[in-house]
Write a protein that binds this ligand. Structure first.
Ligand SMILES: [Zn+2]
Length: 459
């Protein structure tokens, strides 16, 4: 007998193009979606009651630095420069492999709890090969689907294990061969590029070349730091003939419309992380401009050291910010807006099907289509903040939060049920206490998160 789970009686948003919400059952067999239809027989299946619930594909976060879980909220009043000094140049130095494990394991549980079933993990605290292995182990133990994007950037540790880029490249090759050879697994490999302003164009070009040799997706920050003068990563990759559909661009706030068009025309993806972009002075979120030139929006939570790992509010912020920008343009010519801009549905697509496409996974996940892998979530429509469900898309994008997520399934495996994560809560606390104790003792012993006087940045 196949392994069968029946999600019964929910309002199903398959997120297939043009599909209308409908009351239906979703049958999962051996990890795959077998059928979406009303009145399916259970035939001994494990039944999840989804009445008064909304069933939809699990959300895809296209930009998150999962290792930072222990640093939750430390940057809440800080600028981007403060973040770089405190997290990237200070805390990262004290991460041991076991801290990477804890950061990734607990960070991925946080994502699952909030209905995120896939994360593009921009892992840029790889101080040794063991750091990467531990992060991977934490991810795998959580049960989530992830693209582990190995950072090729340097971390300013006093005695670096990786003294040269060549050593990092060698490590990337080994990881691809030994740990992540398959592009069909639950965890697949990607590469995170160094920041151009820190590493220089020559190095980043080399990093792109090796990523393509490995045949993996590439993700990079653009415009994250724009002083003393703007650096256009799009322009330099375009001039070098390196734009392509394997690139996931992050923070395109300062990118011109013409450059966004080049990214869209070459099949690249864009990830918007509205909360960090707005707080940390990166500029207006660019996903609306990307959509205007034919691109498709996707979203990420970015850093848990600042904001939560709940993707619902990021999608909401992105939608309403874009509407505000469009409405402002109308108001500037003293005209009441007739068209407020992008639809709510377009942003739910951004958090589901578009994210899957950005990661090259749209043939496997992103919609509730028979034959695809069963990554889905069940969101309660009878909570005080979701009842009544007059429009299921609006309920998800404008009203829901992580606490409304009843059930989470990844590749047919249930990871959250009846509103509770199935992972051991005692282990979660023990891991955090040990790692948090080590990290904050070490940070304190070295002058705090931003040592005084603060380490100056050249921009
Ligand atoms: Zn980032």
């Amino acid at each position: 007998m196949p392994d069968r789970i029946l999600i019964r009686g929910g309002t199903v948003l398959t997120m297939e193009p043009g599909a209308r919400p409908r009351l239906a059952d979703v049958l999962v067999e051996d990890g795959l979606i077998a059928a979406v239809a009303p009145g399916l027989p259970d035939d001994g299946a494990d039944v999840v009651d989804a009445s008064r619930c909304i069933v939809l594909p699990g959300m895809v976060d296209t930009h998150r630095h999962v290792w930072q879980t222990q640093l939750r909220g430390v940057t809440h009043d800080w600028s981007l420069k403060d973040y770089i000094r405190s997290v990237r140049f200070q805390a990262a130095v004290f991460y041991r492999p076991q801290d990477m494990y804890t950061g990734n394991y607990l960070g991925m549980l946080e994502a699952i709890d909030a209905g995120v079933t896939t994360v593009l993990d921009f892992s840029h605290c790889v101080n040794t090969p063991e750091h990467a292995e531990a992060a991977l182990a934490g991810t795998r133990d959580s049960g989530i689907r992830s693209m582990f994007a190995l950072g090729l950037n340097d971390v300013p540790v006093p005695h670096p294990h990786f003294a040269t880029l060549e050593q990092r490249i060698e490590h990337a090759r080994t990881l691809r061969t030994k740990e992540l050879p398959s592009d069909g697994g639950l965890v697949t490999m990607g590469i995170s590029l160094s920041d151009v302003l820190v590493a220089g164009i020559e190095r980043v070009t080399q990093e792109v070349a090796v990523s393509r040799e490995l045949g993996v997706r590439i993700t990079l920050h653009a415009n994250a730091v724009m002083f003393p003068q703007p650096v256009s990563e799009v322009a330099f990759l375009d001039e070098a003939g390196l734009l392509g559909p394997d690139l996931v661009w992050v923070h395109m706030n300062q990118t011109t419309d013409e450059e966004l068009r080049r990214v869209a025309d070459t099949g690249g993806a864009v990830s918007t992380t509205p909360e960090t972009e707005m707080q940390m002075g990166m500029g207006h979120p660019a996903h609306g401009r990307f959509m205007a030139v034919g691109g498709r929006c996707t979203f990420g939570c970015d850093v848990i050291s600042n904001n939560s790992g709940d993707l619902f509010p990021q999608v909401r912020l992105a939608l309403q910010t874009e509407r505000m920008l469009r409405n402002d343009a109308e108001l500037a010519r003293r005209h009441g807006p007739d068209d407020i801009g992008p639809s709510t549905l377009s942003h739910l697509e951004g958090a589901t099907v578009n994210g899957a496409e950005a990661l090259g996974l749209s043939s496997r996940i992103g919609t509730l289509t028979p034959g695809k892998e069963a990554d889905l979530i069940v969101v309660r429509g009878d909570a005080p903040n979701t009842l009544p469900v007059n429009d299921p898309v609006a309920a998800i994008v404008l009203h829901a939060h992580a606490g409304n997520v009843d059930t989470v399934m990844v590749a047919g495996r249930i990871l959250k049920r009846d509103g509770r994560l199935l992972a051991d809560p005692a282990r979660r606390l023990a891991l955090m206490d040990e790692s948090h104790g080590h990290l904050f003792d070490a940070i304190e012993a070295h002058g705090g998160l931003i040592p005084q006087p603060p380490a100056p940045l050249p921009w």
